[in-house]
Design a protein around this ligand. Structure first.
Ligand SMILES: Nc1ncnc2c1ncn2[C@@H]1O[C@H](COP(=O)(O)OP(=O)(O)OP(=O)(O)O)[C@@H](O)[C@H]1O
Ligand SMILES: [Mg+2]
Length: 473
């Protein structure tokens, strides 16, 4: 029933992360792969057998658990290669305008304008692989020669394009370029099982980007949206294809636009029939919008504090989100010990089971982090290393725009041209580059670029939920 979504909540230090560890261990043992966002770095221990200390032995004895130290098959990832893991990148085009607007913290008008810019680039065959591709397209549209194009787009003002350009420049200056580009991560990697039949645990190590919550939480959403695109409908399967865990989920919803929230709600609603269960992890259920919360039938609620009036209000609100029970939930929830929780799950008929006060098992894998060198070794030995370790920068919008002839001074073209000259013409198919330039000169900027490049790339970009792009695999 873990393809029905769930929520793990509770005050800090009450055992939420260990509960995730337990869920992941047992799913893996049953052959179900799991994706986990490791925000604090304390989930990497999943790959190592646990240490049999007094605490663990005590807990195992209390719950009648036959405890055996066990490590689980795990793959470690790191956003943009920052930290210990296989680098995980997305192309700008596949990330799409809605998610990018979220990380750029654009307002509604700017978000819509960004959508128009993506649409323009899609139509013109200007591939948006990395941030400089997008920046050069916006710079072009705000330049003297691009102004006519910008007018043609309709609904996009020079002023708004200027704001977007500035926020992109600032974003790049914060070192964000490393997260976007190729090779793009294929989320199908998350769906693997190990040779022994256990589900692979894909652990996204996030400590290195902890200070960039907007970025990593939006990236998690991209991963989910990408899975959504690619997975077939399977209806009500007897087991999940993947369980996807969003830790620190409040970051996802904070300051989110309506378009973004609608997309989350829809993705979560529809992805269940593709066999993906989603778990959100937050301190209180109040962090999760009502439309999403209503879909989270599997609930593990750890202890809540009731120190301040706000705490008490949150406590009352949390109690209301549970099915009726014979417990005094307010009292129970404030009295739970570490690694204890109030649990209700969806039964086989889809109805919630009665609320049960529960003491959780002890994890059989290592509680806490594995050290960096050990993670780095795992990464070097991974079969995915060859495919994703090295970033590549192939010809895309930036290079195409930079290849325009002189006398068309657009924003940053000069610098881009220099870069292109130093890169040398030899490493690019200059014949193809030439013809693009000629078309630009011959027919007014980009008039025929759309047709020629569009067919040359040979793919049609369709944008759906979140405006993320669908690729052919
Ligand atoms: N099921 C469990 N079995 C044994 N020990 C546990 C269990 N759950 C929690 N603990 C103990 O409680 C500590 C805190 O748990 P955990 O890190 O999961 O809390 P958390 O709710 O994720 O905290 P935070 O909000 O700070 O991330 C653990 O380091 C461990 O010692
Ligand atoms: Mg935690």
């Amino acid at each position: 029933m873990l393809n029905r979504h769930g929520l793990v909540a509770g005050a800090t230090g009450t055992g939420k992360t260990k509960t995730l560890q337990l869920i992941a261990e047992q799913l893996s043992a049953q052959g179900v792969p799991v994706f986990l966002a490791d925000v604090k770095g304390d989930l990497s221990g999943l790959s190592e057998p646990g240490a049999a200390n007094d605490r663990v032995r005590g807990r195992a004895a209390e719950v009648g658990q036959n405890w055996t130290a066990t490590g689980f098959p795990a793959e470690f990832y790191a956003l943009g290669g920052l930290g210990h893991g296989i680098p995980l990148r997305a192309t700008v085009t596949s990330f799409g305008p809605v998610l990018l607007a979220k990380v750029l913290q654009l307002n509604r008008t700017q978000e819509q304008s960004l959508g128009l810019i993506f649409h323009y680039a899609d139509q013109k065959g200007l591939e948006l692989l990395d941030l400089k591709d997008l920046r050069s397209v916006v710079a072009f549209l705000t330049s003297d020669e691009g102004r006519a194009e910008l007018k043609g787009i309709g609904g996009l003002s020079t002023a708004t394009a200027g704001v977007i350009l500035r926020s992109l420049t600032a974003f790049e200056a914060q070192g964000m370029a490393t997260f976007f580009g190729e090779p793009e991560f294929d989320t199908a990697e998350f769906l693997r099982t190990a040779a022994d039949g256990r589900g692979v645990l894909s652990v996204l190590e996030l400590p290195a980007v902890q200070e960039k919550p907007q970025l990593f939480s939006t990236f998690l959403m991209w991963l989910l949206a990408d899975l959504f695109h690619d997975l077939p409908e399977i209806g009500d399967a007897d087991r999940p294809e993947l369980v996807f865990v969003f830790d620190e989920a409040h970051l996802l919803f904070k300051d989110a636009s309506k378009a973004f929230l609608d997309s989350i709600t829809q993705t979560v609603r529809l992805i269940r029939s593709k066999g993906v269960g989603v778990f959100f992890v937050t301190q209180t259920p109040e962090d999760v919008p009502g439309d999403v919360l209503a879909q989270l039938g599997n609930r593990v609620q750890h202890a809540l504090r009731a120190f301040t009036p706000d705490d008490r209000k949150a406590l009352k609100a949390t109690v209301k989100t549970f099915p009726d029970s014979s417990y005094d939930l307010e009292e129970l929830l404030t009295g739970l010990g570490t690694g204890e929780a109030v649990v209700t799950v969806l039964g086989e008929r889809g109805a919630p089971t009665p609320v049960a006060a529960t003491r959780l098992r002890a994890p059989e894998s290592l509680m806490g982090p594995v050290d960096g060198p050990a993670l780095d070794r795992a990464v070097r030995e991974s079969s995915l290393h060859a495919r994703y370790a090295q970033a590549v920068d192939r010809e895309s919008a930036f290079e195409k725009l930079a290849a325009r002839p002189p006398g068309h001074p657009a924003g940053e073209t000069k610098k881009a041209k220099e870069k292109q000259e130093t890169a040398g013409a030899g490493d690019r198919e200059s014949g193809e580059g030439r013809s693009v330039v000629e078309q630009v000169v011959g027919s007014g900027v980009f008039k025929s670029l759309a047709r020629s490049v569009g067919t040359q790339i040979g793919r049609e970009i369709t944008r759906s939920l979140f405006g993320t792009a669908r690729r052919r695999r």
